[in-house]
Ligand binder design. Structure first.
Ligand code: FAD
Length: 287
């Protein structure tokens, strides 16, 4: 099974992110999205891990199944909030035994009620180190936040911690954002810190205005006023919102590739339509 840092070395990569569904209907929607996106021949896909390990088995089973059934690798997200070293070791052994070779090692967010998630890890770097020590030789990705992590006291310290993580990991994927300059500034800051590992920008085609507002608040992402106005004007029309999302995401992808991004990671939200529309705009849809 291919390791993502090797794909990036031959880049640019094109990848899609999914989340584990909660209902049988949502499971069918994910299967349909994977079926409809597979012909686009992504370099890899990734599957999120619910806060505090709430989707542990579902994430594991989806990643293992995609790796077994598809021509492209699936990367397992893994968060450390509320987790134990032995629980993580067990999951890594399962992945190793089933041919999974790519792990996105994340901090995870504390519970929304502000309670302490417990667990044996504090920062993602500790999880990166445990994954690195595993004999399977996983390719390891980490999270990057172009606008700075919302819990960081300042951007400079966040950049230093990112560079420390990347010194041990192989590559990073970013949180979604809307301005190419924020990505370019992060790459420059990392270079100043001596870090040149690939950082793949994450691009989210907007499909729902309320959902977007919740996410930008949680992630500390700046929502440009002009984009907010355009989305608010069509907020009650899902097709019009998706069309704006595709147009904005297409322009962002073009800008990021022109700025030298080593790949593009699209937040597919378990649907194929926006991703396929972006591919069509870019002239990348297969005949
Ligand atoms: P960390 O690297 O631990 O950083 C968290 C904060 O601590 C930052 O402010 C950092 O600057 C600071 N910090 C780091 N090290 C130190 C140190 N030594 N001393 C002091 N401060 C330090 N969440 C999920 O729950 N499931 C997912 O599947 C998921 N997938 C994601 C995918 C991507 C591409 C991204 C970008 C995020 C994803 N997240 C996911 C969200 C992520 O878990 C949160 O953003 C989380 O708050 C931070 O994760 P991190 O890996 O950056 O943590």
């Amino acid at each position: 099974m291919t390791r993502i840092h090797e794909l990036l070395a031959a880049g640019p990569t094109w990848s899609f992110e999914f989340f584990p569904p909660k209902t049988p209907e949502a499971e069918m929607a994910l299967d349909k999205a994977v079926r409809e996106l597979a012909p686009l021949e992504p370099s890899f896909v990734s599957v999120t891990y619910g806060a505090g390990g709430s989707t542990r088995e579902r994430t594991r089973d989806i990643v293992t199944r995609i790796c077994a059934e598809q021509a492209f690798p699936a990367m397992a997200h893994l968060t450390c909030a509320g987790q134990s070293h032995s629980g993580i070791a067990e999951l890594l052994d399962h992945y190793a035994a089933h041919g999974v070779r790519n792990i996105l090692a994340l901090g995870g967010d504390p519970p929304a009620d502000g309670s302490d998630p417990g667990g044996e890890f504090t920062y993602a770097l500790e999880l990166v180190e445990q994954v690195r020590a595993h004999p399977a030789g996983f390719s390891i990705g980490v999270a990057a936040h172009p606008e700075g992590h919302p819990r960081s006291p300042d951007r400079a310290s966040d950049r230093r911690h990112l560079a420390e993580k990347l010194a041990v990991a192989d590559f990073a994927l970013t949180q979604f954002f809307f301005t190419v300059a924020d990505y370019a500034a992060m790459i420059e800051d990392l270079a100043d810190l001596g870090c040149t590992k690939p950082v793949v920008p994450g691009v989210m085609p907007v499909i729902n205005v309320n959902g977007l507002r919740r996410m930008v608040t949680m992630n500390g992402t700046a929502l440009p006023a002009a984009l907010a106005d355009r989305l608010d004007a069509v907020a009650e029309d899902p097709d019009a919102v998706a069309a704006v999302g595709v147009e904005v995401a297409t322009a962002l992808v073009q800008g990021l590739l022109a700025a030298g991004a080593p790949g593009i990671h699209l937040y597919a939200m378990n649907r194929s339509s926006s991703v396929r529309a972006i591919y069509a705009n870019l002239g990348r849809l297969p005949d």
